[in-house]
Design a protein around this ligand. Structure first.
Ligand code: HSE
Length: 436
């Protein structure tokens, strides 16, 4: 049987998992792709460190370029992370005519266009299934399984750390900071956890999903991103009382005005399947014009789960080795010259339902003043809860749900409400989506 030699850049959680999965499932993998796949070379910052995999038959080095340029290496698997050295190595691999598999969402979201153009010129493949939602084959589903559809929208829980935090806050009434510390200790969080809690990691993933869903160029800077740091236990409880759950969602939607790209905490009906995706698990809900809604669920991070996607990509590369470059599946699922420069909407132009929470002085006329401002801005209230005045406190919490409105109108109304003397502090706003 012919052999494909893999060069691994990075031997951490995902690199170690890739070695293990390739070894444990070697026979099944060869039966599937007709090649024996072996990791021949690997680079790591410290090659003396104990690993989660057996590296005895792998040639180790601290120099990633030596792996990339080694004449035996057919496929370079980039697991360095970040977008400096990783970008340099991926471009070097392409220049040397090597196929690339990467799990690097930041790299694809920020530099994908340049990478795919270079790969196309050199006639090599760049595969990135593991970059979004770990082990869930969502890239393959969008690029291939749903290729007969016009994708209308998608919404995903695509950051496990954020979902773990919100789940623990809801199920155990824990505080945000306390759960984040645990997520870091458990190794779910990014090296810089603000990437998780501020939505940057999810925005990287959403950029990729939107591009292959709608056939638009990758545009990370157009994603409207908001984190979960302002969500309190009180909001989680209020949402529950109103029949909702709070999830940190990445949403991409095609509208008549353009495409919405947004990552933010979102109230979704508790009865939706995706509302019940808990802990570090990920899920992506995709609405196709022909198939209707479809849901993809699984582990969004972790050693073997992410390695499952990396290995699937290596198998795809092996299967397509003898396919002429122009007949291979395009990197973003659409022919590169067919990518459409559709308008990407700023947040002001996005329509949504809203949850509002504010602290008010418990006195006559407050509610009338607030509802007048909302009415003047064409905002209709769907539900309203005024909590009993907490003993010993100056203010009373007021919570409301609104009907659908343009974010621009909501911003104007919030600014006016915050100017009322009976309103204390800022109005907290969480977008609400029925996901229908
Ligand atoms: N920090 C990421 C998460 C890892 O929590 O989902 C997987 O991309």
């Amino acid at each position: 049987m012919k052999v494909i030699t893999v060069g691994l850049l990075g031997l951490g959680t995902v690199g170690g998992g890739t070695v293990n999965v390739l070894k444990h499932n070697a026979e099944e993998i060869s039966r599937r792709c007709g090649y024996q796949i072996r990791v021949g070379h690997a680079s790591a910052r410290d090659i003396t460190k104990a690993r989660i995999c057996d590296t005895s038959d792998i040639q180790l080095t601290t120099d990633p370029a030596a792996v990339v340029t080694h004449p035996d290496v057919d496929v370079v698997v980039e697991l360095i992370g970040g977008d400096t050295l990783a970008l340099e190595m991926v471009l070097l691999a392409i220049e040397h005519g090597k196929h690339v598999v990467t799990a690097n969402k930041a790299l694809i979201a920020r530099h994908g266009s340049r990478i795919f153009a270079a790969a196309s010129e050199r006639g090599v493949m760049v595969a990135y299934e593991a970059a979004v939602a770990g082990g869930i084959p969502i890239i393959k589903a969008l690029r291939e399984g749903l290729a007969g559809n016009r994708i209308e929208w998608l919404a995903g829980i695509i950051n496990g750390t954020g979902n773990f935090i919100l789940t623990e806050m809801r199920e155990k009434g824990r505080d945000f900071a306390d759960v984040l510390r645990e997520a870091q200790q458990l190794g779910y969080a990014e090296a810089d956890p603000t990437f998780d809690v501020e939505g940057i990691d999810a925005a990287h993933k959403l950029t990729i999903l939107a591009s292959i869903a709608f056939g638009i160029p990758l545009s990370f800077s157009s994603v409207n991103t908001e984190g979960i740091t302002k969500i309190t236990r009180e909001d989680v409880r209020n949402a529950e009382e109103l029949g909702y759950r709070i999830k940190h969602l990445g949403i991409a939607r095609r509208t008549d005005a353009g495409i919405e790209l947004r990552v933010h905490p979102t109230l979704i009906p508790a009865t939706q399947l995706i509302a019940n995706v808990n802990g570090v698990m990920n899920a992506v809900l995709v609405k196709g014009s022909a198939v209707g809604p479809t849901l993809y669920y699984g582990a969004g991070a972790g050693s073997n789960a992410t390695a499952s996607a990396v290995v699937a990509d290596i198998i795809d590369v092996a299967r397509a080795l003898n396919v002429p470059a122009e007949l291979r599946i395009p990197a973003l699922g659409f022919q590169p010259q067919e990518l459409a420069n559709t308008t990407l909407l700023p947040m002001d132009a996005v329509e949504s339902y809203y949850y509002l929470r504010m602290a008010v002085t418990d006195e006559r006329g407050v509610l009338a003043a607030i509802t007048k401002i909302l009415g003047d801005n064409d905002i209709s209230i769907e539900a309203l809860i005024q909590k009993a005045h907490p003993e010993g406190e100056l203010t009373t919490p007021l919570v409301m749900l609104t009907h659908k409105v343009l974010e621009g109108a909501m911003n104007r109304a919030i600014a006016e409400i915050e100017r009322l003397p009976s309103i204390h502090g800022q109005v907290l706003r969480i977008r609400t989506e029925p996901l229908q």
